[in-house]
Design a protein around this ligand. Sequence first.
Ligand code: C2E
Ligand code: CA
Ligand code: CA
Length: 494
Amino acid sequence: MLLYVVSFTVVALATFYLYFRKNRFSQFQNASLVAILLICVSISSIQIFNPRADSFNLMCAMVLYAVYVVFENPAQYTHHATRCFNERAFHEEMTAFSRVSANPDMLLIGLNNRPETNSAKDVFFYSLLMDEVADRLETVFGKNVFCIESGKYVLIVDDKKYSDYKDAVKDLEEAFDKSIKIRNDKYYAEIICRHFTMSDIRISEDYVDHFTEVIRQNQMDHLIYNYDIGTKVMEQHNSREIEDAIIRGVEDDNFSVFYQPLFDINENSFTAAEALLRLNDPQMGNIRPDMFIPIAEKSGFIVRVGEMVLEKVCRFMNSHSYIRIKEPIIGVNVSPVQLSRKGESERLINIMKKYSIDASKINMEITESFFEYEDKVVKENNDVLLEYGVTFSVDDYGAGFATVDYLYTLPFTFVKIDRMVIVQAMENENAMIVFKSTVDLVKKMNKLVVVEGIENQEMLDVVASTGADYIQGYLYSRPLEEKKFVEFMIDNII
Ligand code: C2E
Ligand code: CA
Ligand code: CA
């Protein structure tokens, strides 16, 4: 008898729950639950009047079905691919909030590194990935996740669980800390998110209609994100704030340099690394270099930042740990803006002298856009540094539209092939021809070829079949802070 009472209560509670949360449930669900409730009443009555009837299994089935009806999103509120609540469910939720003038914190969540979807295989991979992303979001945030469109989610921050939405951002970061495994591929989802509330969006009375459109069209660039291993969480800031963070960063030493090892194919060992700058601002969190470097370049602050990077690198190269790891060549990114300053080469040389650095161990990486600077000063600086013994790389080769003539007119030692060249090659046969002949062409000019952005074995196999000299990419290692980099090198130098 007790079991019947319990089952009956479960179904009754489910019905009440639905009744009070009905905005996200379909008529069909409501009707099914009422029907289940009636059937339960009938079963219980039959059992009471005829104790020999064995209707317990039927009762259990009804309870399970009731639970299923409550937890399964109704079709019209379900995003077809991810099984999350969809835009329509979100709409209704917003309408409900607006009725009671509630203003919840919300996070607009997207994927920064959406894979390309050029072929059927890619589309399939993408759909598996979207499934996984949605699953992770739902595991942490339950039914507060809404898929607005493929790859774009809104999370309504539950104010009972989080007193500050930043704690939800932390959970979000944590949820994507680990790579997503899809078949044999590891995928690091770079999650970007933007905090907003309804009051952030100035819209008219019928704003709810407008609202999802605003979100849909929201440009997610100019956002800044916290940088973590495997995850990047962004929040919106403007360039003025970033500029302030850069100034604070130089004054308060919020900058640090990470090192990404480069695998030397010929030596079968790690003989080089790239220094990559990180900014950890106490107010804004971690800011990615591709956010702050362009702003520093615009304001001219890059000159100071660039000198600071070289100083940090030289200090490291002068330390005991650098000798222990067999003195790899360190690539330092130098902005063309820096080199267009008169006397900059002398200042950089003075930094190297201060720490008694062997200049041949420093490799300055300059992007293709350097060649737009047809400038006498740039050439002078370049010559003085070369004379001092520093080597140079063309960085991001193949990313722009630069012609190849500078490859033989200027004294570059290395050419770093941009990540997108290999990424495209993996997807398209013609792009593969371009990639392989680029490596070939550069090799024939007696330059050393570095291929950037190698993330998996498949890519590695392709690169190994060409004559490339160095490989850089997450497959071997992400950029590491000094101590971890030293540990990595000690463990991996063969
Ligand atoms: P970059 O010079 O092309 O540096 C390589 C970027 O690719 C780094 O991003 C690195 O973390 C990332 N990367 C390395 N392996 C992989 C991979 O397998 N997959 C993917 N998806 N990415 C990979 P990061 O550190 O965010 O730096 C971004 C850019 O910011 C750099 O691009 C460089 O242009 C600039 N930058 C960084 N540090 C400095 C600096 O000290 N001075 C100047 N002027 N620019 C810097
Ligand atoms: Ca670089
Ligand atoms: Ca590069």
